[in-house]
Design a protein around this ligand. Sequence first.
Ligand SMILES: Nc1nc2c(ncn2[C@@H]2O[C@H](COP(=O)(O)OP(=O)(O)OP(=O)(O)O)[C@@H](O)[C@H]2O)c(=O)[nH]1
Ligand SMILES: [Mg+2]
Ligand SMILES: [Zn+2]
Length: 297
Amino acid sequence: MSRLEIKKMKHDVIIRGVGGFYDVQTTDGQVVRCRLRGRLRLADNRVLVGDRVQITITGDLEGVIEDVLPRDNYLIRPPIANIEQAIVVMALANPEPDLQLLDRLLVLIGSQQITPIICFNKTDLCLEEQVLSIKYQQCGFTVVVTSAEKNIGILDLQNLLAGKISTFAGPSGVGKSSLLNKIEPGLELAVSEVSQKLRRGRHTTREVQLIPLSNGGLVADTPGFSQLTLPNMEPVELQEYFPEIWALAGQCRFRGCLHHKEPGCAVTAAVEEQSILESRYQNYLILLEELDKLKVY
Ligand SMILES: Nc1nc2c(ncn2[C@@H]2O[C@H](COP(=O)(O)OP(=O)(O)OP(=O)(O)O)[C@@H](O)[C@H]2O)c(=O)[nH]1
Ligand SMILES: [Mg+2]
Ligand SMILES: [Zn+2]
């Protein structure tokens, strides 16, 4: 069976892990608690939420995962497989947006051929919300500005999630679970206040969990994180995941320009003219250096 055929078929999917077991949603809508067949536990790539699996039923809503089907894609953070789009949530305030983590996540997501969507939440706490959202829109990203508190942008999110398999991603405390509670009333996911002392979230969500939506979508709530190492890629590949840089790359004097110190670089010129966001370019350089080091050692 080709990858495409596997994708088109409906399959049983892991929707959450629970203390060594996996809940699998079957094609007929039941949730079967499964253990892993022994040899799968030894496999290099651990089993992820979102994996399509073959199971045998052993009892009343109990089964065994016999096999994991090939993945379309997966993310290391949040750990999830086979998604179409990732909603990266950043709070505009409380906690302050971490633009380096945002740009890192956008690279990771892009490199897995997953569609990124940026969600700037807590717009009720911020007066200049326009600035960031317009800048990222100009880069070519889809951006939604929301407030779970004041019910802003929830309909936009619902429309983006309808009929798709998506994941939320982002730091702790930005409001991922709060937004999902608004998107799907009745969910009642746990949320908790941002620590004012540490100025960050309290890691309330502990597990990745795929949630069926009443509009036909499937969306994962995920634990927040603040650290993310990029997957191994050639330094020259990085620019492909910065759309605004990639769009100019053809105008540089040298082919294979890394847009760092090369003469005749269209990208550094655009940064000087402020048509490329300075923070995006600085984050590009930080990631470029990281990939360079990975390559050397
Ligand atoms: N003012 C304001 N507060 C919000 C908004 N959305 C969420 N919050 C608050 O932010 C805090 C953290 O929200 P959570 O939904 O738990 O955040 P999370 O991203 O799920 O965090 P983790 O599960 O730890 O990764 C809670 O106190 C929410 O009430 C918003 O739009 N505006
Ligand atoms: Mg949460
Ligand atoms: Zn260049």
